[in-house]
Ligand binder design. Structure first.
Ligand code: GDP
Ligand code: MG
Length: 167
């Protein structure tokens, strides 16, 4: 029979950067202003087609504020790639993202990732700019702006990570 490739993708980033909102927008098309702080891990699924290949993305989202501080290797295990999310309106979330990247590499090595600077609908309030983030991630990282609110680049980032994990 036909077997569909499944790939685990983790959402990583400081609290309230928009990890849950990006998944929500991608999977359901809905954006909510509410902030949920449920504890635990939630896994959403969505199939994307890239270069004629179907891949089912298993999107792992951590709820709660504290877990990001100490991303456990049990959460990362089996990941094919990850989205590293920054909130453009809060510079400290960039530092958290850089630390998280180090932690992933120590824990499971170099796997594909995309850096997302989210909340670009609030660009007047941004404390970060795209070019300086690109310079910080030296190793040819893909850095993309998005908005879970307007949907800008939301599908695109998941399609790009799907493509990268299939390479
Ligand atoms: P998480 O902790 O990283 O999962 O962040 P959430 O997805 O829960 O989002 C935190 C807060 O930021 C919520 O109030 C969301 O409505 C809001 N939010 C998320 N993404 C965006 C965005 O792109 N634009 C704006 N304006 N708000 C956003
Ligand atoms: Mg969340």
């Amino acid at each position: 029979g036909i077997t569909m490739v499944k790939k685990k993708i983790c959402m990583l980033g400081s609290f309230a950067v928009g990890k849950t909102s990006l998944i929500q927008k991608f999977v359901t098309g809905i954006f909510s202003e509410k902030y949920f702080t449920t504890i635990g891990v939630k896994i959403d699924k969505k199939t994307v087609v890239t270069d004629g290949n179907q891949v089912e993305l298993l999107l792992w989202d951590i709820y709660g504020e504290d877990k990001f501080q100490k991303v456990e290797s049990s959460y990362l295990r089996g990941s094919s790639g990850y989205l590293l999310v920054i909130d453009g309106t809060r510079k400290e979330t960039l530092d958290v993202a850089l630390q998280l990247k180090e932690r992933v590499e120590e824990s499971i090595g170099n796997i594909p990732f995309i850096v997302i600077i989210n909340k670009n609908d609030l660009k007047d309030d941004w404390e970060i700019d795209l070019d300086s983030v690109r310079k910080l991630f030296v190793d040819k990282a893909i850095v993309i702006e998005s908005s879970a609110k307007t949907g800008e680049n939301v599908e695109k980032v998941f399609e790009i990570i799907a493509k990268k994990v299939l390479e």
